[in-house]
Write a protein that binds this ligand. Structure first.
Ligand code: UT7
Length: 328
């Protein structure tokens, strides 16, 4: 008996033109290229221009994903956009993107799970497709974290960047047989939150509490401590749901927060570093955009090809974390 699957049929990405390297950061706060590279692996980050909003980055990434999938915006049923930095408190940034793309039917909404947002948005879109409620869904991760950083706090401002990535999901008939190379599409997703960890990573403002945008606050060491443990366990859970083993993975596309977290998680899972897609050196942490940006790079340069088993994972504020395994 066949099963309905959500196949990832196109990827797109967009990074703002302006690049700030570590030397420039060192002119802004008391830091060094050596500290940033050795503690995080980050060498530079992209930052949106004045007047360039999350929706602008999202539209460019989404247009590229549609072009890669050879699909028109008018054929898309839904947009699920993951962001913690929306253009406005409401309406959803996804609706701005919908209008800009010329999509005059269907529905669009935002998902807020900070750095895990793209994994959450994938899970939501996958459920719409497998439930038969949509045939084609655009899933976007787009952020302008530069707007919520405290640029005088060296412990956070050096870590983040702006960008957007997108994928098109299309309904596909799969065999439903675990390990079958023709069983293409999203095979499993797994989500978790633990709201007790609010104070370790949050924005200290918002419409209901302070009526200000607020700025990002993080106890980095604490987040780091939880990250490797949570990520490796969610990877195990996601694979188990799909009936797969670590050895079945062709590519890992992790959230790009810190090279040491990426390496630590790979080591814990006994995954060869050659199978891990890394962009944190050039993009820094772009929150919900980091996984689709890395996906677009690895698909664009031919590393990820049809039939590959791709494992995506992310963890961030909330805490929220999750995994998704797909056969390309
Ligand atoms: O996507 C959301 C999830 N976020 C994350 O995954 C981030 C997780 N955390 C991390 O990536 C790391 O904890 C950080 C990169 C944030 C920090 O690395 P660390 O090795 O945990 O450093 P630390 O916080 O223990 O700080 C070590 C020292 C401190 O100085 P003292 O107290 O030892 O004298 C900091 O004040 O480094 C100092 N420091 C800096 N020095 C130069 C902190 N930030 C900087 C900086 N430049 N930018």
């Amino acid at each position: 008996m066949t099963v309905r699957r959500a196949l990832i049929s196109g990827c797109g990405a967009y990074l703002p033109e302006r690049v700030i390297d570590n030397a420039e950061m060192a002119a802004l706060v008391d830091t060094t290229d050596e500290w940033i590279v050795s503690r995080t692996g980050i060498r530079q980050r992209h930052v949106a221009a004045e007047g360039e909003f999350t929706s602008h980055l999202a539209v460019k990434a989404a247009s590229a994903a549609l072009a890669a999938a050879d699909c028109q915006a008018t054929d898309v049923d839904a947009i699920v956009l993951a962001t913690a930095t929306p253009d406005e408190t409401f309406p959803a940034t996804a609706t701005v993107v919908q209008a800009e793309l010329g999509m005059v039917r269907g529905f669009a909404f935002d998902v807020q799970a900070v750095c895990s947002g793209f994994i959450y948005a994938l899970a939501v879109a996958d459920n719409f497709i497998t439930a038969g409620q949509a045939e084609r869904v655009l899933v976007i991760g787009a952020e302008t974290f530069s707007r919520i950083l405290d640029w005088s706090d060296r412990t956070t401002c050096v870590l983040f960047g702006d960008g957007a990535g997108a994928v098109l999901l299309e309904a596909n008939e799969g065999s439903g047989v675990s390990g079958d190379p023709s069983d293409r599409g999203i095979l499993a997703t797994q989500l978790h939150t633990d709201g007790r960890h609010h104070d370790m990573l949050y924005v200290d403002g918002g419409p209901s509490s302070t009526q200000t945008t607020g700025q990002l606050r993080m106890l980095g060491k604490e987040v780091f401590r939880h990250a490797v443990t949570n990520l490796s366990s969610v990877v195990g859970e996601t694979l188990a749901k799909a009936g797969l083993e670590t050895s079945d993975i062709d590519w890992v596309v992790p959230h790009q927060a810190n090279k040491r977290i990426i390496d630590g998680t790979a080591r814990k899972l006994k995954l060869a570093s050659e199978k891990v897609v890394v962009t944190v050196d050039r993009h820094a942490n772009t929150s919900a955009a980091s996984v689709p940006l890395a996906l677009a790079e690895a698909v664009g340069d031919g590393r990820i090809t049809a039939g590959d088993v791709v494992l995506m994972e992310a963890m961030g504020g909330g805490f929220a974390w999750g995994g998704c395994v797909a056969r390309w």
